[in-house]
Design a protein around this ligand. Structure first.
Ligand code: KG4
Ligand code: ZN
Length: 357
């Protein structure tokens, strides 16, 4: 079957066409129009600006996806749209477009939780690893995005138990705020990663002046806290001269502090819940060091556990992941529920605080 995915929860207008055969998902088109340049001027996403841009871009993005896939809308069997969480002015554009198309084309419509989309990005087939349907449960998924940091235990598909989460800032949010403190630009994640990856010459600043805390690393629960880490960067930035060199060292130390905590807590949760697979999901999963270091730690400490990361194209916000989640929801529905989904264009409402369930 063919699934049209639509995503507008933040600053990316995205549409995708995904073909599903059994558990095999192949992406026919994955179109993303990013508003990063527009919001960079403001140092973060401005909701009403995002909304205007989505209005401008949604039809061209949909059109580009159908052209890329060389498909007629008649071929679509299901429409899946991000219902929440996210920015309401942004979500409303995607949900309105999806509802209109569902009504006009008489296609069933499903509202998808954005994080469920990130999780199912891991199930999209690619050239290297076609057998994504071999992913074994239970899965422990480390979700790290701009709005979420959670450890999610999945005993089966669509079954979520949040075993730990951030008590304040999300990991991506901390990357963005620290990048702002260091004057590295927006979005902060890629900027910090790039700065941290630069080869540095000899260390000219004393180690202890740059050492940052690893918040909650020794707590027995699986929760996180990144707000204090951001404040520690702020104090260090005030104390030290913010030369290009010191910025680089702070970026590197901050990134490492975040990774240390994420890796440590994930492994600790794995010891308790014994997952068959550990997965990474959300925009911060694009971070090369995090991908690498979590993989190394799993291979070293729990080598029998499979490590699954999303293809880099599906790490940050996209609509292929929404189509993927839509498909797995569809698979679990009864014929009656599937029929009722034809009328969902009436009921689905954008929800800024939608819970994962
Ligand atoms: O999932 P996402 O695209 O949007 C949300 O659902 O929030 O995640 C965006 C977040 C931003 O905070 C961004 O700075 C972060 O992901 N991010 C990264 C990297 N690429 C994006 N963080 C660290 N390293 C990266 N390479
Ligand atoms: Zn996201």
């Amino acid at each position: 079957m063919i699934i049209l995915g639509i995503e507008t929860s933040c600053d990316e207008t995205a549409a995708a066409l995904v073909e599903a055969n059994g558990d095999n998902l192949s992406v026919l088109a994955n179109t993303v129009s990013s508003q990063v340049k527009i919001h960079a001027k403001w140092g973060g996403v401005v909701p009403n600006l995002a909304s205007r841009e989505h209005v401008k871009n949604i039809i061209p993005v949909l059109d580009a996806a159908f052209r890329k896939a060389d498909l007629s809308p008649k071929k679509v069997d299901l429409i899946a749209v991000t219902q929440g969480p996210g920015l309401i002015p942004a979500l409303l554009i995607g949900t309105s477009a999806a509802k209109t198309l569902s009504y006009l084309w008489s296609k069933p419509l499903l509202g998808i939780h954005h994080i469920e989309g990130h999780i199912f990005a891991n199930f999209i087939s690619n050239k290297i690893d076609k057998d994504k349907n071999k992913i074994k449960f239970p899965i422990l998924c480390l979700v790290v995005s701009g709005g979420h940091t959670q450890l999610v235990l999945m005993k089966k598909k669509l079954d979520y138990e949040i075993v730990g989460q951030t008590l304040d800032d999300a990991a991506g949010e901390a990357f963005d705020k620290v990048a702002r403190i260091l004057g590295l630009g927006y979005p902060g994640g890629p900027a910090i990663a790039a700065s941290a990856a630069k080869k540095s010459k000899k260390l000219r600043t004393a180690d202890h002046e740059l050492a940052l805390p690893r918040p909650m690393i020794n707590k027995s629960n699986f929760d996180f806290s990144f707000s204090g880490l951001k404040t520690a960067v702020l104090y260090a930035a005030r104390k030290l001269q913010l030369t290009a060199y010191n910025k680089q060292l702070l970026a590197k130390e901050f990134q490492q502090a975040v990774i240390d905590v994420l890796v440590h807590k994930t492994l600790k949760a794995a010891q308790k819940y014994n997952p068959q697979t550990i997965m990474l999901a959300g925009g911060v999963s694009a971070n090369t060091e995090l991908r690498k270091q979590l993989g190394t730690a799993i291979a070293k400490n729990i080598p029998c556990t499979k490590y699954q990361i999303p293809d880099i194209n599906y790490s940050i916000d996209n609509a292929a992941m929404i189509a993927a989640a839509g498909y797995f929801r569809w698979q679990k529905m009864t014929a009656r529920q599937q029929e009722k989904a034809l009328a969902n264009w009436i009921d689905i409402e954008a929800d800024a605080n939608l819970e994962l369930s």
